[in-house]
Design a protein around this ligand. Structure first.
Ligand code: ADP
Ligand code: ZN
Length: 218
Protein backbone atom coordinates (compact mmCIF):
# COMPACT_ATOMS: atom_id res chain seq x y z
CA UNK A 1 0.00 0.00 0.00
CA UNK A 2 1.42 3.37 -0.99
CA UNK A 3 0.21 6.88 -0.12
CA UNK A 4 1.41 9.66 -2.39
CA UNK A 5 0.92 13.36 -2.92
CA UNK A 6 1.37 14.82 -6.38
CA UNK A 7 2.54 18.44 -6.39
CA UNK A 8 2.87 20.84 -9.24
CA UNK A 9 1.54 24.17 -10.46
CA UNK A 10 -1.90 24.27 -12.05
CA UNK A 11 -1.46 22.78 -15.52
CA UNK A 12 1.65 20.83 -14.61
CA UNK A 13 -0.29 17.68 -15.50
CA UNK A 14 -1.13 16.38 -12.02
CA UNK A 15 -4.60 15.18 -12.98
CA UNK A 16 -3.43 13.47 -16.16
CA UNK A 17 -0.57 11.60 -14.46
CA UNK A 18 -2.56 10.75 -11.33
CA UNK A 19 -5.30 9.12 -13.37
CA UNK A 20 -2.71 6.98 -15.23
CA UNK A 21 -0.80 6.06 -12.08
CA UNK A 22 -4.07 5.07 -10.45
CA UNK A 23 -4.45 1.96 -12.63
CA UNK A 24 -0.75 1.07 -12.61
CA UNK A 25 -0.36 1.30 -8.83
CA UNK A 26 -3.91 0.23 -8.01
CA UNK A 27 -4.56 3.21 -5.75
CA UNK A 28 -7.43 5.65 -5.30
CA UNK A 29 -7.08 9.24 -6.54
CA UNK A 30 -8.55 12.06 -4.50
CA UNK A 31 -8.59 15.27 -6.53
CA UNK A 32 -10.08 18.08 -4.46
CA UNK A 33 -10.54 20.35 -7.48
CA UNK A 34 -12.65 17.68 -9.23
CA UNK A 35 -14.69 17.13 -6.09
CA UNK A 36 -15.31 20.88 -5.77
CA UNK A 37 -16.42 21.07 -9.41
CA UNK A 38 -18.93 18.29 -8.72
CA UNK A 39 -20.19 20.19 -5.68
CA UNK A 40 -20.58 23.36 -7.76
CA UNK A 41 -22.63 21.41 -10.32
CA UNK A 42 -25.01 20.26 -7.60
CA UNK A 43 -25.81 23.90 -6.82
CA UNK A 44 -26.42 23.48 -3.07
CA UNK A 45 -25.71 26.35 -0.60
CA UNK A 46 -22.29 24.75 0.07
CA UNK A 47 -21.70 24.34 -3.68
CA UNK A 48 -22.46 28.03 -4.22
CA UNK A 49 -20.04 28.99 -1.46
CA UNK A 50 -17.32 26.81 -3.01
CA UNK A 51 -18.02 28.39 -6.40
CA UNK A 52 -17.40 31.90 -5.09
CA UNK A 53 -13.77 30.93 -4.37
CA UNK A 54 -13.02 28.60 -7.26
CA UNK A 55 -14.24 31.03 -9.93
CA UNK A 56 -11.78 33.65 -8.67
CA UNK A 57 -8.86 31.23 -8.46
CA UNK A 58 -8.79 31.54 -4.64
CA UNK A 59 -8.45 28.67 -2.18
CA UNK A 60 -11.60 27.20 -0.70
CA UNK A 61 -11.48 27.69 3.13
CA UNK A 62 -9.65 24.97 5.07
CA UNK A 63 -12.68 23.84 7.12
CA UNK A 64 -14.71 22.99 4.01
CA UNK A 65 -11.69 21.43 2.29
CA UNK A 66 -10.80 19.21 5.26
CA UNK A 67 -14.38 17.92 5.54
CA UNK A 68 -14.30 17.04 1.84
CA UNK A 69 -10.97 15.24 2.26
CA UNK A 70 -12.10 13.18 5.24
CA UNK A 71 -15.35 12.20 3.55
CA UNK A 72 -13.47 10.96 0.48
CA UNK A 73 -10.70 9.22 2.43
CA UNK A 74 -13.36 7.23 4.24
CA UNK A 75 -14.56 5.82 0.90
CA UNK A 76 -11.19 4.21 0.03
CA UNK A 77 -11.33 0.41 0.45
CA UNK A 78 -9.20 -0.94 3.28
CA UNK A 79 -5.64 -1.80 2.25
CA UNK A 80 -5.68 0.42 -0.83
CA UNK A 81 -3.36 3.44 -0.98
CA UNK A 82 -4.05 6.82 -2.55
CA UNK A 83 -2.70 9.70 -4.59
CA UNK A 84 -3.74 13.16 -3.47
CA UNK A 85 -4.05 15.68 -6.28
CA UNK A 86 -4.74 19.24 -5.16
CA UNK A 87 -4.44 18.56 -1.45
CA UNK A 88 -2.72 19.84 0.66
CA UNK A 89 -2.38 23.39 -0.63
CA UNK A 90 -1.41 25.05 2.66
CA UNK A 91 0.76 24.05 5.61
CA UNK A 92 -2.38 23.98 7.76
CA UNK A 93 -3.90 21.42 5.38
CA UNK A 94 -0.68 19.37 5.53
CA UNK A 95 -0.79 19.31 9.32
CA UNK A 96 -4.42 18.21 9.24
CA UNK A 97 -3.47 15.44 6.80
CA UNK A 98 -0.66 14.24 9.08
CA UNK A 99 -3.31 13.39 11.64
CA UNK A 100 -5.21 11.09 9.29
CA UNK A 101 -2.62 9.36 7.06
CA UNK A 102 1.05 8.55 6.57
CA UNK A 103 2.57 9.82 3.33
CA UNK A 104 5.25 7.63 1.70
CA UNK A 105 6.49 10.02 -0.97
CA UNK A 106 5.93 13.32 -2.75
CA UNK A 107 5.80 13.47 -6.53
CA UNK A 108 6.95 16.96 -7.52
CA UNK A 109 6.38 18.14 -11.08
CA UNK A 110 8.58 21.02 -12.17
CA UNK A 111 7.15 22.86 -15.17
CA UNK A 112 7.98 26.39 -16.41
CA UNK A 113 5.22 29.05 -16.43
CA UNK A 114 5.09 29.40 -20.22
CA UNK A 115 4.24 25.72 -20.63
CA UNK A 116 1.54 25.99 -17.97
CA UNK A 117 -0.12 28.91 -19.74
CA UNK A 118 0.04 27.23 -23.16
CA UNK A 119 -1.36 23.99 -21.79
CA UNK A 120 -4.20 25.37 -19.72
CA UNK A 121 -5.43 27.63 -22.49
CA UNK A 122 -5.77 24.61 -24.76
CA UNK A 123 -7.08 22.14 -22.15
CA UNK A 124 -10.48 20.54 -22.69
CA UNK A 125 -12.30 18.16 -20.35
CA UNK A 126 -15.09 15.63 -20.90
CA UNK A 127 -18.25 16.82 -19.19
CA UNK A 128 -19.33 13.22 -18.77
CA UNK A 129 -16.29 11.23 -17.52
CA UNK A 130 -13.70 13.91 -16.70
CA UNK A 131 -11.09 12.70 -19.24
CA UNK A 132 -8.52 15.42 -19.96
CA UNK A 133 -7.51 16.48 -23.50
CA UNK A 134 -5.31 19.13 -24.98
CA UNK A 135 -6.06 20.66 -28.37
CA UNK A 136 -2.30 20.94 -29.09
CA UNK A 137 -0.81 17.62 -28.00
CA UNK A 138 -3.45 15.34 -26.57
CA UNK A 139 -6.14 15.77 -29.15
CA UNK A 140 -9.43 13.90 -29.06
CA UNK A 141 -10.06 11.81 -32.21
CA UNK A 142 -13.20 13.80 -32.98
CA UNK A 143 -13.29 17.52 -32.29
CA UNK A 144 -14.98 18.28 -28.99
CA UNK A 145 -16.13 14.69 -28.33
CA UNK A 146 -14.66 12.36 -25.72
CA UNK A 147 -12.75 9.31 -27.09
CA UNK A 148 -13.76 7.21 -24.09
CA UNK A 149 -17.44 7.90 -23.63
CA UNK A 150 -18.64 10.16 -26.46
CA UNK A 151 -19.44 12.95 -23.98
CA UNK A 152 -19.07 16.63 -24.91
CA UNK A 153 -15.77 18.40 -24.15
CA UNK A 154 -15.69 21.78 -22.42
CA UNK A 155 -13.20 24.37 -21.25
CA UNK A 156 -12.97 24.99 -17.52
CA UNK A 157 -14.19 28.52 -16.74
CA UNK A 158 -11.05 29.10 -14.64
CA UNK A 159 -8.76 28.17 -17.58
CA UNK A 160 -8.71 31.76 -18.86
CA UNK A 161 -5.44 33.78 -18.98
CA UNK A 162 -6.34 36.10 -16.06
CA UNK A 163 -7.50 33.32 -13.76
CA UNK A 164 -4.54 31.12 -14.79
CA UNK A 165 -2.14 33.93 -13.73
CA UNK A 166 -3.97 34.21 -10.40
CA UNK A 167 -3.79 30.43 -9.82
CA UNK A 168 -0.05 30.38 -10.57
CA UNK A 169 0.39 33.26 -8.09
CA UNK A 170 -1.58 31.42 -5.40
CA UNK A 171 0.48 28.28 -6.06
CA UNK A 172 3.78 30.18 -5.74
CA UNK A 173 2.69 31.94 -2.55
CA UNK A 174 1.01 29.20 -0.62
CA UNK A 175 2.12 25.87 -1.98
CA UNK A 176 5.86 26.33 -2.23
CA UNK A 177 6.21 26.38 1.56
CA UNK A 178 4.62 22.93 1.57
CA UNK A 179 7.58 21.44 -0.24
CA UNK A 180 9.76 22.87 2.50
CA UNK A 181 7.44 21.34 5.11
CA UNK A 182 7.77 17.84 3.63
CA UNK A 183 11.51 18.20 3.05
CA UNK A 184 11.96 19.01 6.73
CA UNK A 185 9.90 15.96 7.63
CA UNK A 186 12.26 13.91 5.41
CA UNK A 187 9.49 12.53 3.23
CA UNK A 188 11.18 11.27 0.02
CA UNK A 189 10.67 13.27 -3.19
CA UNK A 190 10.34 12.07 -6.75
CA UNK A 191 11.16 15.15 -8.79
CA UNK A 192 10.27 15.18 -12.48
CA UNK A 193 11.04 18.06 -14.84
CA UNK A 194 9.05 18.80 -17.97
CA UNK A 195 10.80 21.24 -20.27
CA UNK A 196 8.99 20.66 -23.54
CA UNK A 197 5.37 21.37 -24.38
CA UNK A 198 5.13 18.20 -26.47
CA UNK A 199 6.52 15.64 -23.98
CA UNK A 200 3.91 12.85 -24.01
CA UNK A 201 2.27 11.91 -20.67
CA UNK A 202 3.63 8.32 -20.92
CA UNK A 203 7.20 9.61 -20.73
CA UNK A 204 6.51 11.55 -17.53
CA UNK A 205 4.55 8.63 -16.04
CA UNK A 206 7.51 6.31 -16.71
CA UNK A 207 9.87 8.76 -15.03
CA UNK A 208 7.61 8.94 -11.99
CA UNK A 209 7.46 5.13 -11.82
CA UNK A 210 11.25 4.91 -12.10
CA UNK A 211 11.56 7.28 -9.14
CA UNK A 212 9.01 5.34 -7.09
CA UNK A 213 10.77 2.06 -7.88
CA UNK A 214 14.08 3.40 -6.67
CA UNK A 215 12.33 4.16 -3.37
CA UNK A 216 10.85 0.66 -3.26
CA UNK A 217 7.33 2.08 -3.64
CA UNK A 218 6.34 0.62 -7.02
P1 ADP B 1 -5.51 23.50 -10.70
O1 ADP B 1 -4.50 22.75 -9.87
O2 ADP B 1 -5.48 23.16 -12.14
O3 ADP B 1 -5.58 24.96 -10.41
P2 ADP B 1 -7.68 22.12 -9.28
O4 ADP B 1 -8.67 21.40 -10.08
O5 ADP B 1 -6.73 21.33 -8.46
O6 ADP B 1 -6.95 23.04 -10.33
O7 ADP B 1 -8.39 23.18 -8.34
C1 ADP B 1 -9.32 24.10 -8.84
C2 ADP B 1 -9.73 25.07 -7.74
O8 ADP B 1 -10.35 24.32 -6.65
C3 ADP B 1 -8.58 25.82 -7.06
O9 ADP B 1 -8.21 26.99 -7.80
C4 ADP B 1 -9.20 26.15 -5.70
O10 ADP B 1 -10.10 27.21 -5.81
C5 ADP B 1 -10.01 24.90 -5.38
N1 ADP B 1 -9.24 23.89 -4.58
C6 ADP B 1 -8.82 22.67 -5.00
N2 ADP B 1 -8.15 22.02 -4.02
C7 ADP B 1 -8.13 22.85 -2.95
C8 ADP B 1 -7.57 22.77 -1.64
N3 ADP B 1 -6.85 21.71 -1.21
N4 ADP B 1 -7.75 23.83 -0.81
C9 ADP B 1 -8.43 24.91 -1.21
N5 ADP B 1 -8.96 25.07 -2.44
C10 ADP B 1 -8.82 24.06 -3.31
ZN1 ZN C 1 -15.73 11.11 -21.49
Amino acid sequence: MVNLIIFGAPGSGKGTYASRLKDILNVAVIATGDIFREMIKEDTPLGRKVKSYVEKGLLVPDDITLDVLKENMAKIPRGRGFILDGYPRTVEQAKALDKIAKINAIIHLVVPDWIIIERLSSRRICKNCGAIYNLLFLKPKNDMICDHCGGPLYQRPDDTPEVIQQRIKVYEMQTRSLLEYYREKRIPFVEVKCEKLETPPEVIVQEILKGLKSLGLA
